[in-house]
Ligand binder design. Structure first.
Ligand code: AP5
Length: 222
């Protein structure tokens, strides 16, 4: 049976491992990865109008206004590749208003994955995170050190990854999380994100494979 495109949302507190799991999910399932954090960081580095507006919010660890982010996400979701290959939405929705915007447009995922990680571990992951600007790969000074000196020498730290800003991001996450979860309660899968990235991925892989099978079966019956 031809597989039908999957629609996946992945959520969790700052540094819960969304981006890390998305790298693995994309490799295995070929979905189009739409990360609002990555899209916004791209706008900031390109110095666009959106980037100039978003920068002050991001660097302060606050949410960028809904209308900016929502326009960006819905624009990306409507592109051909996302429709054909399926999508993996990371970092959106992040507020009740954002969840409602998607509901109003009848954009709903097949599954909503929430990564659960204790607060003290989240802060340690934020402060130790490093990014490779060339490949986009995510590292951690202790957990996932770079493979060689060349990569190490070009790694950068995000401006919002100080302990103080990480705490502020975590607090904003906690203020919003319940309202968002209630929107996706019927398709919610909560996972323990405080395990090795391979173990977490195994669980995600089996969930997505199962959803894919169910969708293909429904399609065959229709
Ligand atoms: P965004 O980039 O989405 O940041 P975030 O949600 O805070 O998530 P992170 O990117 O910090 O973490 P992650 O969960 O992807 O973890 P990662 O895999 O990197 O957003 C940034 C900003 O943009 C926001 O603050 C806001 O201003 C703005 N924004 C974005 N979306 C918005 C929206 N919808 N509305 C309004 N504003 C928006 O992992 C973290 C670290 O842990 C890494 O070092 C990694 O190597 C390590 N690690 C990962 N998994 C494991 C593991 N299993 N074990 C040990 N270490 C691990």
């Amino acid at each position: 049976v031809q597989s039908v495109p999957l629609k996946v949302m992945i959520s969790g507190a700052p540094a819960s491992g969304k981006g890390t799991q998305c790298e693995l999910i994309v490799k295995k399932f070929g979905l189009v990865h739409i990360s609002t954090g990555d899209l916004l960081r791209f706008e900031v580095s390109a110095g666009t109008e959106i980037g100039l507006k978003a920068k002050e919010y991001m660097n302060a660890g606050r949410l960028v206004p809904d209308e900016i982010v929502t326009a960006m996400v819905t624009g990306r979701l409507s592109q051909k590749d996302a429709k054909e290959k399926g999508w993996l939405l990371d970092g959106y929705p992040r507020s009740l208003a954002q969840a409602q915007s998607l509901e109003n447009m009848q954009i709903r995922p097949d599954i909503y994955i929430a990564l659960d990680v204790p607060d003290d571990i989240l802060i340690d992951r934020c402060v130790g995170r490093r990014l490779d600007p060339l490949t986009g790969k995510i590292y951690h000074i202790k957990n996932f050190p770079p493979e060689n000196e060349e990569v190490k020498s070009r790694l950068v730290t995000r401006p919002d990854d100080t302990e103080e800003k990480a705490r502020s991001r975590l607090q904003i996450y906690k203020q919003n999380v319940d309202a968002i979860l209630s929107t996706y309660f019927s398709i919610l899968k909560k996972l323990d994100g405080n395990r090795s990235k391979e173990v977490v991925f195994k669980e995600i892989e089996s969930l997505l494979t199962q959803v894919q099978k169910e969708k293909s079966n429904q399609e065959a019956l229709a």
